[in-house]
Design a protein around this ligand. Structure first.
Ligand code: GTP
Ligand code: MG
Length: 370
């Protein structure tokens, strides 16, 4: 079930946390504003304050990010792998992804792509594969960490003329921390001075020993520019993904992660979402962080309007009342009313937290002055 603290419950019920703490104390339970309440205590508090807090209530799903849902194994269906492309700045990640798309998407369609959303789906040997691009710039550590989390396979691009660099190492760390298999694309093989052996030995030092040297990391020499080796790379991705036997339940409300979000002058809040499980429908009500709304329009990575999207699909949506934060978890709900209640309760909690933080700050300032 959802996790709710005393502080959050107080906000939800428009009560002071101290009142709830006092009540729990009288029951013999020591609690603070951060104490997580069990279902029984939630019910008791609800009864005491004359508010019915039952299963259908928003309390249940207030922290949906932390909820582990028990999936009925019979509902799980095979889903496409999500592959994140990471690596040092300028090592060729975006060029590689463009090349993959060009070879896999017909010329006309490719020309129709107006926006770079950094999340694409292509078909490799008749099987769908979702790719996420990540920037190599050091300022984007959080984005790489997030990419590693939502991903099933990581392609780490290393330029053969440059070797392992700081963001290569960081990408390896993120992938290992997330327990995601790594495939190394040794890129820019067309360049003079390309030295794949050096890449292999430097990657070995990071714990990625090539198969041909007795390790278990696949290295594929490629040129994102000429396309050489790219098919080979994709085949290896499919093999690694197949071994993982990826599944998700498409028969429930969609849950997933925000990949990118921005405010667009004409369209308002525009968010790129990666659906991890469930199916998202155009017109579904969703919550992300403190943002909520109905999906007013949903488009695929080709900019084509779609009505339904299942697991591992990247989509762009409009209709949220504010711009969510990339990396946040979204969830669809049965009614817009419920979505609004959850988002508003979260906003209340956030405002209160900010108020507490700023009053704590001013007390500190006061103490310093004394
Ligand atoms: P960031 O997103 O900024 O981290 O860079 P990136 O890794 O996406 O690199 P990008 O694809 O933008 O490529 C950087 C430069 O390297 C561009 O000028 C590309 O044309 C060039 N480049 C990429 N791949 C190859 C390749 O295989 N061979 C050659 N010769 N140049 C390449
Ligand atoms: Mg790039």
């Amino acid at each position: 079930s959802g996790q709710v603290t005393v502080g959050e419950l107080a906000k939800l019920m428009h009560k002071q946390a101290s009142e709830i703490i006092k009540f729990l104390f009288l029951l013999g339970n020591m609690a603070t504003i951060n104490t997580v309440l069990d279902d029984e205590n939630i019910e008791l508090v609800g009864m005491e304050f004359g508010i019915e807090v039952h299963k259908e209530n928003i309390v249940e799903e207030f922290n949906f990010e932390e909820m582990e849902e028990d999936e009925d194994p019979s509902k799980l269906e095979s889903r496409p792998p999500v592959v994140t492309i990471m690596g040092h700045v300028d090592h060729g990640k975006t060029t590689l992804l463009d090349t993959i798309r060009k070879t896999k998407v017909t010329e006309g369609e490719f020309g129709g792509i107006t926006q770079h959303i950094g999340a694409y789906q292509v078909e490799v040997n008749g099987r769908k594969v979702t790719f996420l691009d990540t920037p190599g710039h050091e300022a984007f550590t959080a984005m790489r960490a997030r990419g590693a989390k939502v991903t099933d396979v990581t392609i780490i691009v290393v330029a053969a003329d440059d070797g392992v660099m700081p963001q290569t190492k960081e990408a390896v760390d993120h992938a290992k921390a997330a327990g995601v298999p790594i495939i190394v694309a040794v890129n820019k093989m067309d360049k003079e001075g390309a030295n794949p052996e050096r890449v292999m030995s430097e990657m070995s030092e990071l714990g990625c020993m090539p198969e041909e040297w007795g390790g278990d990391t696949i290295f594929v020499p490629v040129s994102a520019k000429t396309g050489e080796g790219v098919e080979d790379l994709l085949e290896n991705v499919l093999v690694v993904a197949e071994v993982a036997d990826l599944r998700a339940n498409p028969h429930k409300n969609a849950v997933g992660t925000v990949i990118e979000a921005k405010l667009d002058k004409g369209r308002g809040s525009v968010a790129t979402l990666l659906i991890e499980a469930g199916t998202l429908h155009a017109s579904d009500a969703i919550v992300v962080g403190t943002a909520f709304g109905r999906v007013r329009k949903m488009t695929d990575d080709m900019g084509k309007e779609i009505k339904v999207a299942g697991p591992s699909t990247p989509v762009e949506i409009i209709g949220l009342n504010s711009v969510p934060i990339a990396g946040d978890v979204f969830k669809a709900f049965d009614s817009e009313k419920k979505a609004r209640q959850i988002a508003e309760a979260r906003l209340n909690v956030r405002v209160e937290e900010e108020r507490n933080a700023s009053s704590a700050m001013s007390l500190e300032d006061l103490a310093r002055q004394i």
